[in-house]
Design a protein around this ligand. Structure first.
Ligand code: ADP
Length: 557
């Protein structure tokens, strides 16, 4: 029979039970919040307590500090333990995770694969990828590393979850880069192919143009050659071979023989020196010499030119030369010179008598006014004729190397002053302005220098039909005296300026419009050369010209 408890006994029991309940609740709470390493889990065989003795405090701190999520499951997939990273991964407070089935947190589409990985994990270590949902409901990829653990309380499954977002992002970037690389490789391949096509095409073009050049060079009636930077021949055309008898190889290798056999003995020294100077100074070569024709042994005059071929940095890479046969023209010119020489000499004697007779007539008394006018006109015409014949004679003398004269110290300023005075009588309508530095002394021939100056002043007047102002300047510059004649007339273009000092050259097509022979400047330049000076022109079409010559100052100065 059951013993009946007194009210006091029952109160005592109740107090005892309440205390036990409180303790139990506190234990459960402590287990749930991870304060103690134990867990009571409901199983088919009733409640079971798990303690994680192996996960001592240090170990748990370590697990907590890991970036990876860590979960321990029992064989029913209940979470026995997890770190806070895992709780964060599934976006729940740690207290709410432990004791719950992990399947609750695996998104539907990954459940199968998760089951597969964990099932395998119970047998041996396994790995696999799934995704979990973050707080924004986005899928985040994770690598699961699953291992079964033997604990006191039985076997458990440990899962380490590594966030693959960064790795996936890197893989994506890598894939993108690979794709770009592949695209670039393809583009490079295509470009290379195109380049190869172009090179092939160009090579073909080059071959064609080389053949074309060879055809052209071999059929042109001019000798063509090229030389390296050292001046040695490296190509000659067919005309050269036919003319000299030296083939390409001999021309390249037998330079000494070539010079002594082909160039006229009298021209060798001058031509070789000039060519050497052009090579050293890296500028165009120009010269005339006689070359022996192999077929009949005749020496014929050639005009030779060589132009340096430069790269984009201005360095010479080759020389390209031509030799043009000018023998026929040269002979024509010689005949013309001979004629001019003979004719001017023959004309000079009757002209002197004519001048004498006109002067006699001038001094006759009782000349009618009309006769006086005729005599004055005849004098002027005879003077012009005399001037022309003098020019022709001078030109002949220059050609024959006979333009020689005595020089002595003279006052150039006085000489220029005298010429300006004469010019003011001859050209009363012109204003001749003088800018003269005093007492400049040079060594020279007064008559010849006066001839040069008068020629420049005459030209300044003749070629300035609409402007009456002329400036004549004499100045010193270092060791030279410089005389300039400045006009504001028709001027001339650059290409004419290089040629006006040549024999018979007339600028601006003056042959038909202005009287003259084109000899004055040629003679002037030869006279100045004889004085060891230089003569130049600076001119602009329709603006005027400055003709200047320089002379060395006398040493006594
Ligand atoms: P000419 O005057 O007899 O023709 P020159 O030898 O003195 O011969 O001059 C050669 C050429 O130079 C002239 O034909 C002319 O075209 C040009 N020339 C000379 N002086 C001047 C000048 N002051 N202004 C413009 N052209 C000039």
């Amino acid at each position: 029979m059951r013993e009946t408890k007194t009210y006091e006994e029952l109160l005592e029991d109740l107090e005892e039970l309440t205390l036990q309940l409180k303790e139990a609740n506190e234990t459960i709470h402590a287990i749930r919040t991870g304060q103690i390493d134990a867990l009571v889990v409901e199983t088919e065989g009733g409640p079971q307590l798990y303690t994680l003795k192996s996960a001592d405090h240090t170990y748990r701190v370590f697990i907590e500090k890991m970036k990876e999520g860590a979960v321990t499951l029992n064989s029913n997939g209940i979470i026995l333990y997890c770190n806070s990273q895992f709780a964060d991964m599934i976006n729940l407070p740690l207290t709410k995770v432990i004791g719950l089935p992990i399947m609750n947190f695996i998104p539907g589409e990954y459940k199968d694969i998760f089951k597969k990985i964990t099932k395998q994990g119970w047998q041996s270590d396994s790995k696999g990828e799934i995704a979990l949902k973050n707080k924004n409901n986005e899928l985040v990829p994770f690598l699961l590393s699953v291992t079964s653990l033997e604990l006191d309380e039985g076997t458990a499954l440990s899962i380490i979850l590594t966030d693959l977002s960064l790795q996936k992002e890197n893989e994506k970037q890598l894939e993108l880069k690979n794709k770009q690389l592949e695209e670039a490789r393809l583009a490079a391949y295509k470009m290379n192919e195109e380049l190869e096509d172009i090179v092939e095409e160009r090579t073909k073009d080059l071959l064609v143009s080389r053949e074309y050049f060879k055809f052209l060079a071999d059929n042109i009636p001019v000798i063509i050659w090229t030389a390296g930077i050292d001046g040695k021949l490296d190509y000659v055309n067919r005309r050269w071979i036919e003319y000299t008898g030296f083939d390409v190889e001999e021309s390249k290798t037998k330079r000494g023989d070539l010079i002594s056999t082909v160039i006229h003995t009298d021209d060798v020294e001058r031509s070789v020196t000039d060519w050497q100077i052009a090579l050293e100074e890296k500028r165009k070569y120009e010269g005339e010499f006689r070359l022996k024709r192999i077929t009949d042994g005749a020496y014929r005059w050639h005009y030779s030119q060589a132009i340096p071929f430069k790269d984009e940095h201005g360095n010479i890479t080759a020389w390209i030369g031509t030799n043009i046969d000018i023998d026929d023209q040269k002979k024509e010119l010689e005949k013309k010179d001979e004629f001019i020489s003979v004719a001017s000499h023959e004309l000079k004697t009757p002209l002197t008598s004519l001048k004498g007779y006109i002067q006699l007539m001038e001094f006759q008394e009782n000349l009618s006014e009309a006769a006086k006018i005729y005599v004055s006109k005849a004098t002027s015409s005879v003077n012009k004729l005399q001037h022309l014949i003098d020019e022709l004679l001078d030109a002949s003398k220059i050609k024959a190397g006979k333009l020689k004269f005595n020089k002595k110290e003279l006052n150039l300023t006085d000489l220029v002053n005298l010429c300006i005075e004469n010019s003011s009588y001859i050209y009363p309508l012109h204003q001749i302005k003088k800018e003269l530095q005093d007492d400049i002394i040079v060594r020279g021939n007064a008559e010849r220098l006066e001839q040069v100056l008068m020629n420049l002043i005459n030209n300044a007047v003749k070629y300035s039909p609409n402007r009456k102002e002329i400036i004549i300047r004499v100045e010193k510059n270092k060791d030279s005296a410089i005389v300039s004649v400045i006009d504001f007339g028709i001027g001339m273009v650059n290409s004419d300026q290089e040629l006006v000092f040549e024999r018979f050259y007339r600028a601006n097509g003056h042959e038909s419009t202005m009287p003259g022979l084109g000899m004055g400047l040629y003679i002037s330049s030869e006279i100045i050369k004889e004085h060891n000076g230089e003569i130049h022109v600076k001119s602009k079409l329709n603006e005027g010209s400055v003709f200047s010559f320089s002379l060395p100052l006398a040493t006594s100065q």
